[in-house]
Design a protein around this ligand. Structure first.
Ligand code: ADP
Ligand code: ASP
Ligand code: MG
Length: 425
């Protein structure tokens, strides 16, 4: 007998039928002799619909109230799921994030989990019940307010709970059969990976492959907790996210490919600060101001300053959702720093190539850039890590770029990937 944490995403519980299907699946695991704790997301596109509603009443919703609103989505599905399991003759108890002991920082909309104190979950499991936890939410102990973990955050709830319960595995059930070499909604010829390392999955998640929330992978790596990403619509074996590929570095399998996958991200925008005085401390002042507002930046490019003017341009990318705030706070320090203007561009897309094999294979960058050139794409910014190359292109060119890179690195397979549900929103 083991302890299994299962997480079901929104598309798996999109309607009453979905909830019933998921309930049977959970009961089957329980009947197989395991203790089961479940994390559930809001039904279908509920979170997006709630966000749309908030925008209709105000262009700038208050963070605390927005979190109050959004956490309601997961609360609906957890209660319905517990009822559906009850209807199958098994006891299930639902818990909000706060009741489940998910303690977070206080930043609304992107709180981080500090600790999980799952006393009530353990009690429920010891009583032989199935515990259902609302994903994506927690509570801050200083403010006593509910928080949310950022879009896709239920994955992180699941892994954090699994770590706190010392579960044997965390199963993430979604609307595709596992982690693919590219988003199967864009590249139907993408190949399902049998396994992927934490290291590669971290880079893919950070580069926009939303199949797993970035922080859930960080958590899993820290606790060396295996994640099994699979579909709730089929019984197929999915993708194991683990420390090393089975067989290790000497293993003679396809997983040793140079490239693990191609990721894309349409959620970033670019800010260019034009005519910045090229003086010591100016960049520090600019980025400290952004950091103080709790805004994460991604790529940065600073041009060489023109000798005649002593002025330079600094561009950086950040989440679109932070664009208005960043522009506002930069305007506040415009007089002090003395730059000319701010340009905001939200029509960009980020395209990334990820693979541990890059370390030992020269020429990956050359092949990548050549395939983008052949596809007629202009590269606007570049950033790299040891196992990743990312470029910024026009948003409208992004999908073309993903397909071109996927083909250039021989990742296409003949079988078409199945997307079981969801709207891709
Ligand atoms: P859930 O609601 O179950 O959390 P998400 O929509 O958050 O599901 O994540 C699953 C989606 O992630 C898939 O439907 C797919 O479109 C997208 N995706 C992006 N990149 C990948 C990838 N490399 N492999 C699999 N799915 C991916
Ligand atoms: N319901 C939240 C979202 O749509 C959290 C999640 O599904 O993981 O982002
Ligand atoms: Mg998700």
């Amino acid at each position: 007998m083991g302890l299994i944490v299962q997480k079901f995403g929104g598309s798996s519980v999109a309607d009453a039928e979905g909830l019933k299907r998921v309930a049977s699946r959970i009961v089957a695991t329980k009947k197989a002799g395991h203790q089961v704790a479940v994390v559930v997301s809001a039904m279908g596109d509920t979170t997006d619909e709630l966000l749309d509603l908030a925008e209709q009443v105000t262009p700038m919703p208050n963070g605390r109230e927005l979190d109050m609103l959004l956490t309601a989505g997961e609360r609906i599905s957890m209660a319905l799921l517990a009822m559906a399991i009850g209807n199958l003759g098994h006891e299930a108890r639902s818990f909000t994030g706060s009741q489940a002991g998910v303690l977070t920082t206080s930043t609304h909309g992107k709180a981080r989990i500090i600790d999980v104190k799952p006393g009530r979950i353990v009690e429920a499991l010891n009583d032989g019940a199935i515990a259902i936890v609302a994903g994506f939410q927690g509570i801050n102990q200083d403010t006593n307010d509910v928080t949310t973990l950022g879009r896709g955050g239920s994955d992180t709830t699941a892994v954090a709970l699994a770590a706190a319960l010392e579960a044997d595995v965390c199963e993430i059930y979604t609307d595709v059969d596992g982690v693919y070499t590219a988003d199967p909604r864009i590249v139907p010829s993408a190949r399902k990976l049998d396994s992927i390392t934490y290291e590669e999955m971290l880079e893919l998640a950070a580069s926009g492959a939303k199949v797993l929330h970035l922080r859930c992978v960080e958590y899993a790596r820290r606790f060396d907790l295996p994640i099994h990403v699979r579909s709730s619509f089929s019984n197929n074996e999915g993708t194991w996210v683990v420390k090393d590929h089975p067989g290790g570095a000497s293993g003679d399998n396809m997983e040793q490919a140079i490239i693990a996958g191609v990721a894309h991200d349409k959620t970033e925008a670019k800010i260019t600060i034009v005519g910045v005085p090229d003086r010591t401390g100016v960049a520090a002042r600019i980025f400290q101001t952004i950091a103080d507002a709790d805004i994460n930046i991604d790529m940065i490019v600073q041009n060489v300053s023109a000798a005649a003017t002593g002025l330079t341009d600094i561009s950086f990318t950040l989440p679109k959702s932070d664009g208005a705030e960043a522009t506002r706070i930069l305007k506040d320090i415009q007089g002090e720093i003395g730059f000319h203007s701010i340009q905001y561009d939200d029509q960009i897309g980020k395209l990334s190539l990820v693979g541990a094999g890059m370390r030992s294979h020269p020429g990956v960058t050359a092949t990548f850039f050549a395939c983008l050139a052949d596809a007629g794409l202009n590269i606007e910014m570049i950033s790299t890590s040891e196992i990743r190359i990312s470029v910024i292109v026009r948003e409208g060119d992004l999908e073309k770029g993903v397909k071109a890179a996927h083909t250039a690195f021989d990742l296409d397979v003949d079988d078409e990937a199945v997307v079981h549900g969801g709207t891709g929103r």
